[in-house]
Design a protein around this ligand. Structure first.
Ligand code: AP5
Length: 224
């Protein structure tokens, strides 16, 4: 059985706090793949798979997709070859059951390495989510004000069309925030007790958040 330590970074934080933006930046710097459960569900939805159709009703309502299917999907994703050195987990775990399942999955590899907590006020979350635009083709993330594409509505990376996520409507965002505080925030204590939690001021500009992340990663032995 493999016992080699790998690097597993768990991003914790409310919707719109910048987890996906930073995961994409660190993916390149660290050579670790971003494993984003929200993106995996959206990929399945786009391809009209059974999993995608099941996830849609929960996502549209701002609720969590049931643990059983989510945990199985992550297990499958982490078993792929590109995760051999580890991964950046963005959006998983989101409740205690998922955190326990992740610990079991990662036990042979030394467990979770570090858990940066993205801290931002709710008003910032709403402002960021309402201006978010995503490329339909490659998934690059923009903001109409804070990180605009060169040409409105067009992806700088691949020229694809930019769209607004269904669950980024104000009523759904409110529900997603509620679900975060109720179900995901208890994980702050869970990871703090393990000595893995690192608070990040995620209200700063993107490059400053990246610098803060790299500093806490280095503290936990993850170097660029
Ligand atoms: P998911 O896709 O994971 O959404 P989320 O956690 O709500 O996070 P977001 O993608 O909204 O935000 P983010 O923190 O990545 O911010 P971003 O970088 O885009 O989940 C969606 C749904 O899927 C869930 O509601 C649930 O139904 C289901 N799901 C997913 N995982 C699940 C699980 N484990 N279990 C069960 N169900 C699950 O940034 C936001 C905006 O701000 C962007 O426009 C960006 O350009 C801008 N921005 C980013 N950083 C900065 C900055 N520093 N300054 C200014 N602007 C910034």
């Amino acid at each position: 059985m493999a016992t080699k330590a790998r690097t597993f970074i768990v991003f914790l934080g409310p919707p719109g706090s910048g987890k996906g933006t930073q995961a994409k930046i660190l993916e390149k710097k660290l050579g670790l793949p971003q494993v984003a459960t929200g993106d995996l569900f959206r990929y399945n939805l786009k391809n009209k798979t059974e999993l995608g159709l099941l996830a849609k009703s929960y996502m549209d309502a701002g609720e969590l997709v049931p643990d059983e299917v989510t945990i199985r999907m992550v297990e499958d994703r982490l078993s792929r070859e590109d995760c051999a050195p580890g991964a950046i987990l963005d959006g998983f775990p989101r409740n205690l059951q998922q955190a326990v399942a992740l610990d079991q999955m990662l036990a042979p590899y030394g467990g979770v390495t570090v858990t940066p907590l993205f801290q931002v006020d709710d008003e910032v979350v709403v402002e960021r989510i309402s201006g978010r635009r995503i490329c339909r083709n490659c998934g690059a993330v923009y903001h109409v004000q804070f990180n605009p594409p060169k040409q409105p509505g067009v992806c700088d990376v691949c020229g694809g069309e930019l769209y607004q996520r269904e669950d980024d409507r104000p009523e759904t965002v409110k529900r997603r925030l509620y679900v975060y505080y109720k179900q995901t925030a208890p994980l702050i204590g869970y990871y703090f007790a393990k000595g893995l939690l690192e608070e990040i001021d995620a209200s700063q500009p993107v490059d400053q958040v990246t610098a803060a992340l790299l500093a806490v990663l280095a503290k936990h032995g993850v170097a660029v």
